[in-house]
Design a protein around this ligand. Structure first.
Ligand SMILES: Cc1cc2nc3c(=O)[nH]c(=O)nc-3n(C[C@H](O)[C@H](O)[C@H](O)COP(=O)(O)OP(=O)(O)OC[C@H]3O[C@@H](n4cnc5c(N)ncnc54)[C@H](O)[C@@H]3O)c2cc1C
Length: 553
């Protein structure tokens, strides 16, 4: 059989290697829209669950010359995480060594990498199986080919590219990222990606620059990351900053996210990112971390970033299916997620491994292999996708005593709505020890993420008495979107769910999932979020806050 992959990003290249390894395909052809291998952005995480797949397929994350130039085909030049430090707003610091043995089970390691280094080490491995290599099932990467059309017959998929070329295969994998053309062509009614109202600054500082950092008053930093391979996190009410080393410790990756709903540049989709000046980043970071003990350190760090950029963060609601005939989605095309868990790339690697295992098991039976792939992958990837959105915990107000009591009664590992570092307590093995190659020999039962969460929520919330207002709303009014938009603060918060308008000002502090909803959706449509997470009991309970029906002008 012939496999066609659209997109030579991290997910697409890993899938090429994995499908080749499955032994089922005669050839793998990857079609990439860019003219040369390239990727924007700075650092990213390859945690043990992703590193395990890299090792299996011979992708060398750790080798390479960490002092070599950008953009060369080389080993991945990763930096291995040793510990995490969290700097809290109250001045406390939580330090935690990262135990690779217990976390990964097999020492796969938590890697931090420059995005381009990861891409180039994937190209390096793929080139071992090029057309001229003489290897069985060669992998060919075709650059400058942007997917524009898709057509399926009973036995084949035919893809057409912007340069007029066509490709035919028995399988087509859409690994073409968050703006996936495969998704748009094969699922024309899918929802567009969504602006999350979170922006982030990204960039890199050379090691020598970090070593010489000083605060504005000339004093050394309180916590200079120079002496450890630590991932440092600083949290403020509406902002969070993370630093970690990449390229064998030669570059420090700096990532500073900020809740910025008024950022019109992104809301209007002018672009995903743009360069910013050092003055701008220093000013914004100073404002975002006003009063925070890390402020002066973060100002110094952000002012030292070489060519800083500002990004808008986007995601999408979970798709109901990733498979249509002989076409499947993979990686960000299937489940774009916020970077809260640092799992974006790792989830695409897990997809690749599971897809290959499904073909190794079902051989030429493409529909069954794709069904198996979707059934094992959808639940897990969707869990990260939804969890990442709600684990943006700088958007959330602090849990009240009442919420804490509720959380104790719930198994927080099950629900995606609770903070990442609380879920599973100290035990991250559900994330890191996972081996995506092991898909079982039987087709698993249908287990779709969000819908399952709703069922679980129903069981777990049974017997929990939800807070009730003294005077339940009557819900008799007719309300326009313009009027809803006026109630757009935490202290005066109306939202729209499925054509009804709710005043959740009083309810928000009692909401078991946190008051963040009031911040994120005040004055806006919240139908998708609500539908993803709530049980029928929760739907009925909302009647107590219903202002009335939405009327469209
Ligand atoms: C700037 C940035 C920073 C990130 N940081 C992190 C991080 O810190 N941690 C983390 O885990 N994840 C991070 N991610 C996400 C992570 O990179 C992705 O989840 C991961 O790369 C898997 O993506 P993918 O291969 O599915 O898609 P992508 O990496 O987006 O690759 C898609 C590929 O498809 C190509 N393509 C698109 N459209 C077409 C078309 N029509 N025809 C042909 N080719 C096409 C693109 O050019 C690209 O090469 C980040 C993503 C970005 C963009």
């Amino acid at each position: 059989m012939r496999a066609v992959i659209v997109g030579a990003g991290m997910g697409g290249l890993m899938t090429a290697l994995a499908l080749r390894q499955s032994g089922v395909f005669a050839s793998v052809d990857v079609y990439e829209q860019t003219k040369v291998p390239s990727t924007a952005g700075a650092g990213l995480n390859i945690p043990p669950n992703g590193a395990r797949i890299c090792r299996w397929l011979g992708v060398d994350l750790d080798g390479g010359d960490s002092k070599g130039p950008d953009g060369v085909i080389d080993g991945g030049r990763a930096a291995i995480l040793e510990s995490t430090r969290q700097f809290n707003a109250d001045g406390s610091v939580t330090k935690r060594p990262f135990d690779h043995v217990t976390a990964a089970g097999d020492g796969a390691g938590f890697h931090h990498m420059h995005r381009l280094d990861l891409l180039m080490c994937l190209y390096k491995r793929v080139s071992d199986f090029g057309i001229d290599s003489g290897a069985p099932c060669p992998i060919a990467v075709h650059m400058d080919c942007r997917l524009t059309q898709l057509r399926q017959t009973a036995g084949e998929v035919i893809a057409t590219f912007s340069n007029g070329r066509t490709a035919t295969g028995e399988l087509l994998v859409g690994a073409d990222g968050i703006n996936s053309a495969t998704l748009q062509l094969a699922w024309p009614n899918s929802r567009p990606k969504r602006w999350t109202e979170v922006t982030c600054f990204r960039g890199l500082i050379p090691r020598t620059g970090v070593a010489s950092l000083r605060k504005a008053n000339g004093n050394p930093l309180d916590h200079n990351p120079i002496n450890s391979f630590s991932m440092d996190r600083h949290r403020a009410d509406r902002s969070g900053a993370t630093t970690y080393w990449v390229r064998g410790g030669e570059l420090l990756n700096v990532w500073i996210a900020h809740y910025e709903p008024e950022s019109a540049a992104f809301e209007q989709e002018e672009g995903d990112w743009f360069p910013v000046s050092q003055q701008e980043i220093v000013r914004e970071v100073g404002e975002a971390f006003a009063g925070h003990p890390s402020r002066d350190d973060l100002i110094a760090l952000s002012g030292a970033i070489v060519r800083p950029t500002k990004w808008g963060l986007y995601d999408r609601d979970a798709l109901e299916t990733w498979v249509q005939g002989r076409i499947c989605l993979l990686g960000d095309a299937a489940h774009p997620m916020l970077p809260t868990f640092g799992q974006g790339a790792a989830q695409s690697f897990e997809d690749a491994a599971a897809l290959a295992s499904a073909f190794a098991l079902h051989q030429r039976d493409v529909p069954t292999a794709l069904l198996h792939y979707e059934r094992v992958r959808h639940y897990r990837a969707t869990r990260f996708q939804l969890g990442s959105k709600f684990a943006f915990d700088h958007l959330r107000a602090k849990d009240t005593a009442e919420q804490k009591a509720l959380l104790e009664r719930l198994d927080e590992r099950v629900s995606p709505a609770f903070a990442h570092d609380k879920r599973g307590g100290e035990d991250d093995s559900w994330i890191y020890a996972y081996d995506a190659r092991k898909i079982g020999s039987e087709l698993p039962a249908k287990r779709l993420g969000p819908w399952d969460f709703r069922r679980t929520a129903k069981v777990r919330y049974g017997g929990i008495k939800l807070w009730m207002p003294a005077n339940p709303a009557k819900g008799t009014r007719r309300v326009t979107r313009e009027e809803v938009a006026l109630h757009n603060t935490q202290n005066d918060c109306w939202i729209i769910i499925s054509g009804k308008v709710y005043d959740i000002t009083e309810w928000a502090p009692h909401h078991p999932g946190g008051a963040g909803i009031a911040r994120m959706y005040a004055g806006k449509e919240a139908t998708a979020e609500f539908g993803d997470y709530h049980s029928t009991e929760a739907v009925a309970h909302m009647a107590n806050f219903c202002v009335g029906a939405l009327v469209e002008n």
